[in-house]
Design a protein around this ligand. Structure first.
Ligand code: ADP
Length: 323
């Protein structure tokens, strides 16, 4: 019978990770388990940075942003000898199963550990919403709200001064943050990882809006699409006449108090993960599908196709480009 479980957060941090950790601790204790937290992801696992957690710790962290137990990247975890050290440390503590909260890189580590006899369940923790086997990831809603608030503020001043701003958001090859924020803020031009607009197209579209006397323009772009958004802003300014700046929202998108929806998702997923471990399951990854939580085989989720959102993008572009 399962007696001790561990938790780690891995990869990029996301608001709501703490709510998931808290839910796992509380559920585990409620079910008679001892729950341990691992500091700094797989790195802490390899270095033996493992501590017993209690309800007071869970209550203290559950509504905080970031991840209180730390996250780190450890590429060497792909090596068997390094993972063997991690398994040895887990055995030293008597920990037989683990919940891994992170992105799909982290699941590969979870899959490998499961193959080595430590049952692992993965939870999707990333602001990017780039995990195809879950409709939404823990952290996406908070980051989206941060972006929307930032763009609303930028809009106020662009509108007052008849200007244009290029806003770059995160997403790690997934355009959802740009798409959802574009729809929510009425951004006139949206360029996403899935449907990148060329610089020339953006410049000519802004020029058209300027000729039609549009008072302000927001050009919303996913990260890593253009070599330099500040030079893109200059090109827009020269062609359109709008005074144009670029705003790279950066890490502001990752921090902050998690939204109610992220806490809800994180908490329900945390409960679900412990229940799966108690059933003796491992090598699974929890995702939200419609209003349900599902546990899928980690290997199978890595090859799933991303949901096509091109119609939403087409609708947003049509609606927002009108003058
Ligand atoms: P994310 O989980 O956000 O996608 P990464 O891709 O950086 O972030 O992965 C996080 C960590 O997961 C890596 O630093 C590494 O420790 C572990 N990891 C990634 N890929 C593998 C793999 N193929 N085998 C074992 N561990 C892996």
């Amino acid at each position: 019978m399962l007696r001790k479980i561990g938790i780690l957060t891995s990869g990029g941090d996301a608001p709501g990770m703490n709510a998931a950790v808290a839910a796992i601790i509380k559920t585990g204790i409620a079910k008679g388990l001892e729950v341990y937290v691992v500091e700094d992801g797989y790195k802490g696992l390899v270095n033996g940075c493992i501590q017993k957690a209690d309800i007071a710790f869970a209550s203290e962290i559950q509504s905080r942003g970031g991840t209180a137990i730390g996250s780190a990247r450890l590429p060497e975890f792909q090596e068997l000898a390094v993972r063997e050290k991690a398994v040895m440390n887990l055995k030293k503590f008597g920990i037989e199963a683990l919940v891994v909260i992170g992105g799909d890189g982290s699941y590969m580590g979870a899959q490998r550990l499961t193959e080595m006899g430590i049952n692992c369940i993965g939870l999707p923790g990333t602001i990017d919403n780039d995990i195809v086997s879950s409709d939404y990831t823990i952290g996406f809603d908070t980051a989206l709200n941060t972006i929307v608030e930032a763009i609303d503020r930028i809009r106020d001043t662009m509108q007052s001064h008849n200007r244009c701003d290029v806003v770059e958001v995160m997403g790690n090859k997934c355009g959802d943050l740009a798409l959802y924020a574009g729809l929510a803020t009425g951004a006139e031009i949206i360029s996403t990882s899935e449907d990148k607009l060329s610089e020339e197209t953006i410049v000519s579209q802004v020029k058209k809006l300027s000729e039609a006397s549009k008072r302000s323009v927001i050009v919303l772009v996913s990260e890593k699409l253009y070599p330099d958004v500040h030079s893109l802003a200059k090109k827009i300014e020269e062609a359109s006449g709008y005074i144009t700046r670029a705003t790279v929202l950066g890490h502001i998108q990752r921090g902050g108090t998690p939204s109610a929806m992220d806490r809800y998702l994180a908490t329900t997923m945390g409960i679900f993960a412990v229940e799966e471990l108690l059933k003796g399951h491992g090598g699974l990854y929890v995702g939200q599908q419609g209003n349900d939580l599902v546990a899928r085989d980690i290997q199978s989720t890595l090859n799933m196709a991303r949901k096509d959102k091109s119609q939403v993008l087409a609708d947003a572009r049509l609606l927002n480009s009108q003058v």
